[in-house]
Design a protein around this ligand. Structure first.
Ligand SMILES: Cc1ncc(C[n+]2csc(CCOP(=O)(O)OP(=O)(O)O)c2C)c(N)n1
Ligand SMILES: CC(=O)[C@@H](O)[C@H](O)COP(=O)(O)O
Ligand SMILES: [Mg+2]
Length: 648
């Protein structure tokens, strides 16, 4: 089936859209049909690949209006977080790519400059778009370029501190700039905080609740997929008005406010955007939308409106097709609850991701002991410091990649004060579909330099439970427990423990000490088996607490001919690097090879694919180890201290 045929199957009009200019000349009726066809397309495609179906169903009309009012790429359209840019990609000639959405070599789930001149921000971390917009608008003003800058920012992203730093500057700069607040009332779950309450007070304009409910009921009776829903959407075009109301919070900042406008009415959004475009200064257009709009399984998904199913899902129900598995997150959630039952001082913090991080389980039993701070990881870290100063032991659960932005807070607000805060980093290491800005590969290097901070990397469920308990038992400094995405690794019992270090395998020969960090424990066992076939003895160890490097690891190194470390984190400054330094400090002159992730922007794909691309598989590591140890045989004069000691 050709791309045209495939696209046409999702709608006659959609098949004619090759770029933004094709939507500029469409009539209102055609736009309603196109919006329905785009929804049909999104549901059909993303249900096969997984992805951010809920957020994108909520911005169909919004994105159509933006591309009709502005001239991308001369005018710059920015998407905060970027997970809601699928419609933008559909309108900018990338419909054919959706069959390989978020797959290696296929379409990124976020804007990508390599894909299109229409894309700019590739970082999937929230709350950055307004800062980019401020900078861009200043550049165009200074260069005398009459180009519009439009930034779409979600109500969730707006709870991030950077947004307010940007708004403060945007107001002062006074440059022409359009900020579209895509207000669907949710991050994953309902957006928290005073700002969210303020936005909802605007949304509660009686005109909107009634009309949106009418739309919802009408859409509810429409077939989910297939025949376009335009007659229903068409029926609501009339009767929805822009409500241009002065808004103290924003206007006092010096930023004009337009809205709230119904974000599902192309004409209404267009008129608001045109007004904003021509205003000659910064303007906020407050668009009220529904996450998952027009797709009942998403609209009715209490947890997160099908925010981002990680894989294929059933179109009729929205349920994932893959068989459920026990995830690292589930093990953490269960153990945290068990700890909280015993420790009334233990509290939880989430940055708008209670369900994805497992903290929601604690919140369901102890709602008063869990704090959702919004998408505000910096605040989460220092608020945790406050909680600790108040005599509690906070557990801050975030994805590893998102803690990067709170380095200063962890270093100087938590660690310098030697405060008992535990950071649980889910999705540590290579994750896969979300690509480079989601890879949690920096934590063991970046936070490994923090004085007094200890990092644990469990290898399975048993050690996750054990190391979480060890972490919350530490009361003289911060701790980190980090684990990867996906199904938890099978339990891997230790033969014996040397200090904090678990010995997983050993042999009569002590040729190689293989330091398998965290979930690479199983890989280490497979490597040992492969290398043993070549006649060499491998001792496989799991340090468990990887930073600072345990002294016992250095002692074990001294008894071997070669040390190899392998970690799901960047090499530079990683565990292997730190072990090498510790060995040098102890004058242990055994050759060390440290394997890990190169510090680079690695493409999206599956976790397994990316690790294979990086040579982080048992087969590749075994081949390298065998090569290294056999080359040592070939150069007997290069004795190691252990060999020399053995000769005396
Ligand atoms: C710094 C950071 N923290 C957490 C996330 C995870 N995350 C991705 S989308 C999202 C919710 C965004 O809500 P909103 O901005 O309202 O956009 P919507 O999905 O509602 O369109 C979150 C928390 C992130 N991308 N960046
Ligand atoms: C956009 C974002 O940051 C999250 O929605 C992310 O896509 C979730 O990833 P997981 O699928 O690993 O929960
Ligand atoms: Mg939102």
């Amino acid at each position: 089936m050709s791309v045209e045929e495939d696209t046409a199957n999702h709608g006659r009009l959609l098949g004619t859209v090759r770029g933004p200019q094709d939507v500029k000349r469409m009539s209102g009726e055609e736009l309603d049909v196109l919006a329905a066809e785009i929804r049909d397309f999104l549901i059909a495609k993303v249900s096969r690949t997984g992805g951010h179906v809920g957020p994108n169903l909520g911005v169909v009309e919004l994105t159509l209006a933006m591309h009709r009012v502005f001239d991308s790429p001369r005018d710059r359209l920015l998407f905060d977080t970027g997970h809601q840019a699928y419609v933008h990609k559909i309108l900018t000639g990338r419909q054919a790519g959706f069959d390989k959405l978020r797959q290696r070599g296929g379409l990124s789930g976020y804007p990508s400059q390599a894909e299109s001149e229409h894309d700019l921000i590739e970082n999937s971390h929230a709350s950055t778009a307004l800062s980019y917009a401020d900078g861009l608008a200043k550049a165009y003003a200074l260069r005398g370029e009459a180009r519009s800058v439009v930034a779409v920012v979600g109500d969730g992203a707006l709870t991030g501190g950077m947004c307010w730093e940007a708004l403060n500057n945007i107001a002062t700069a006074g440059n022409s700039l359009v900020i579209v607040v895509n207000d669907n009332g949710r991050s994953y779950s309902p957006t928290i905080g005073g700002l969210a309450d303020h936005l909802s007070s605007l949304r509660l304009n009686p005109g909107y609740e009634k009309v949106l409910d009418t739309v919802k009921d009408a859409l509810g009776s429409t077939p989910l997929v297939g025949k376009p829903m335009y007659e229903v959407l068409h029926a609501v075009k009339k009767g929805i008005k822009d409500a241009v109301a002065p808004q103290a919070m924003f206007e006092d900042l010096g930023i004009k406010y337009v809205g709230p406008v119904d974000g599902h009415d192309v004409a209404a959004v267009e008129s608001a955007l045109r007004a904003a475009k021509n205003f000659g200064g910064p303007v906020i257009v407050h668009a009220v939308t529904r996450k998952g709009y027009g797709y009942r399984p998403a609209e009715e998904d209490e947890a997160d409106c099908l925010h981002g199913p990680g894989s294929a899902f059933d179109v009729e129900t929205g349920a994932l097709l893959a068989a459920p598995s026990v995830k690292w997150t589930h093990v953490f959630a269960d153990e945290l609850l068990a700890v909280a039952d015993e420790r009334p001082d233990v509290v939880g913090i989430t940055a708008a991701m209670a369900e994805p991080t497992g903290i929601a389980k604690l919140a369901r039993k102890y709602p008063e002991r869990v704090y959702d701070v919004g998408i505000a990881e910096q605040h989460a870290a220092t608020s945790a410091a406050g909680l600790a100063l108040g005599g509690l032991h906070p557990v801050v659960a975030v994805y590893a990649t998102f803690l990067n932005r709170a380095f200063d807070q962890v270093l100087l607000d938590v660690a310098m004060h030697k405060l008992p805060v535990t950071f649980v980093l889910d999705r540590a290491g290579i994750t896969g579909p979300d690509g480079p800005s989601h890879y949690g590969i920096w934590d063991m290097s970046v936070f490994g330099v923090v004085p007094g901070l200890r990092i644990a990397a469990p290898r399975d469920a048993a050690t996750l439970r054990e190391e979480l308990r060890e972490a919350v038992a530490v009361n003289d400094g911060p701790t980190v427990v980090r684990f990867p995405t996906g199904a938890v690794a099978a339990d891997l019992p230790a033969l014996r423990r040397v200090g904090p270090v678990d010995v997983l395998a050993e042999s009569a020969r002590t040729d190689v000490l293989l330091v398998a960090v965290g979930s690479f424990g199983q890989l280490g066992m497979e490597v040992a088996a492969r290398v043993a076939e070549q006649g060499y003895g491998v001792t496989v160890v799991d340090p468990r607490w990887v930073r600072p490097v345990p002294a016992e690891l250095v002692e074990l190194a001294a008894g071997h001919r070669l040390v190899v470390s392998v970690e799901d984190g960047v090499r530079v400054g990683g565990v292997g690097d730190a072990l090498g330094q510790a060995m040098r400090d102890a004058d242990v002159r055994v050759p060390l090879k440290d394997l890990g992730v190169p510090a680079d922007w690695h493409p999206h794909g599956t976790r397994a694919q990316i690790l294979a691309d990086l040579g982080l598989t048992a087969q590749d590591v075994a081949r390298n180890v065998t090569g290294w140890i056999s080359s040592l045989d070939a150069t007997p004069d290069r004795l190691t201290p252990s060999d020399a000691a053995a000769q005396n």
